[in-house]
Design a protein around this ligand. Sequence first.
Ligand SMILES: Nc1nc2c(ncn2[C@@H]2O[C@H](COP(=O)(O)OP(=O)(O)OP(=O)(O)O)[C@@H](O)[C@H]2O)c(=O)[nH]1
Ligand SMILES: [Mg+2]
Length: 217
Amino acid sequence: MTDSNKMIINLALFGRTQSGKSSAGNILLGSTDFHSRFAPCSVTTDCSLGRSCHLHSFMRRGGQEITLQVQVLDTPGYPHSKLSMSHVKQEVKKALAHHFEQEGLHLALLILRADVPFYGQEESYPIQLIQELLGDTWKNYTAILFTHAEKIEDAGFSENEYLHDASDTLLTLLSSIKQRYVFLYKKENLFNEQRRKILERIVEFIKENHYQGLTFK
Ligand SMILES: Nc1nc2c(ncn2[C@@H]2O[C@H](COP(=O)(O)OP(=O)(O)OP(=O)(O)O)[C@@H](O)[C@H]2O)c(=O)[nH]1
Ligand SMILES: [Mg+2]
């Protein structure tokens, strides 16, 4: 992942249709690479990789200033309104192997809408996909990114209060992935500040795995 002062992190987005995957990907990249819009059906139909520009002096490591570059794989919703689940699974599997062959995947981001209660069969499909594609160690390589977090704020909750009231299903999942989560607030004026905060947290998660990526055969 690194030469002496450059670090590339490889992320993949997983989640249900319209959970905010492409939009979150754009925020992580600082771009509009991924097509994101409201729809009563699935918008994204193919996997695509986006690369951010170089973020100079993003952090310090071993006394050196590190330049960060983020690579994000956007994926179709799972389940999908037009494609079968086996088709989506094969496409994502191929894309992971193709794009992250050398350095591996550093983190799978499960995108969940903070304003949609998390329980039941439908919610579990993207987790099953992550498990099937990442294998036994998936829990070490998965974090949750909550979109629509501004609704929590609008309702007068803090993040901790929100998590305190969360379903047992969500709390169990969070505990199994060692409380790796981050909230994304859609606020234009906070774009850069928020992007930096989210990336810093993501780098912390990746550090827990000693910056090692998960490779695919
Ligand atoms: N208010 C709010 N809207 C959001 C947020 N994230 C995404 N959206 C909106 O939700 C809609 C769907 O977002 P997308 O990023 O296209 O979602 P997606 O998961 O890629 O959707 P598919 O490709 O159809 O699976 C868009 O209108 C986004 O602007 C958020 O955090 N807050
Ligand atoms: Mg999309």
